[in-house]
Design a protein around this ligand. Structure first.
Ligand code: MG
Length: 161
């Protein structure tokens, strides 16, 4: 089963920038109800989509005070637990982050490690790619950060959970 996820958040001064569970030093961060981690939010939607379990807004509504300032890693962990309960595990995750600045290349390996840990898969099952938006539109103007994530789920086999 395959799933796709997309997320975008506005960037503003005075906010933290978290991507893939990693805090990125930046003069601007994501404006959001939770920690605004577009990579983990898109990952949640990809995981949910692959199992046809709805979307992140249904699971963790941004109108619910319970999720204000929430660490998005907790969203991923809850969804992975729901997949495990359905005897599903992650086979592969691929992602593309769109951000004009700062350069996130130095943090890609840390993001892979964190996502692999959260999804309980080997590092080789997690791909992080990054691109700019060539200074076009809101993403290219530094007004926003976005991420696309695709994931493949497989039936959890004995000894593979
Ligand atoms: Mg989001």
């Amino acid at each position: 089963m395959v799933g796709i996820g997309y997320d975008i958040h506005r960037l503003a001064r005075g906010h933290r920038l978290k991507l893939g569970g990693i805090e990125i030093p930046s003069d601007r961060g994501a404006v959001a109800h939770s920690d605004g981690d577009v990579v983990l939010h898109a990952l949640c939607d990809a995981l949910l989509g692959a199992a046809a379990l709805g979307d992140i807004g249904e699971w963790f509504p941004d109108t619910d005070p319970q999720w204000k300032g929430a660490d998005s890693a907790t969203f991923v962990e809850a969804i992975i637990a729901a997949l495990q309960a359905r005897h599903l595990s992650v086979a592969h995750i691929d992602s593309t982050i769109v951000l004009q600045q700062p350069k996130i290349a130095p943090y890609k390996q840390a993001m892979r490690r964190r996502i692999a840990e959260l999804c309980q898969v080997p590092l080789s099952a997690v791909s992080i790619k990054a691109t700019t938006n060539e200074q076009l539109d809101s993403l290219g103007n530094g007004e926003a950060v976005a991420a696309w994530v695709v994931c493949l789920l497989k039936p959890a086999s004995a000894g593979n959970e």
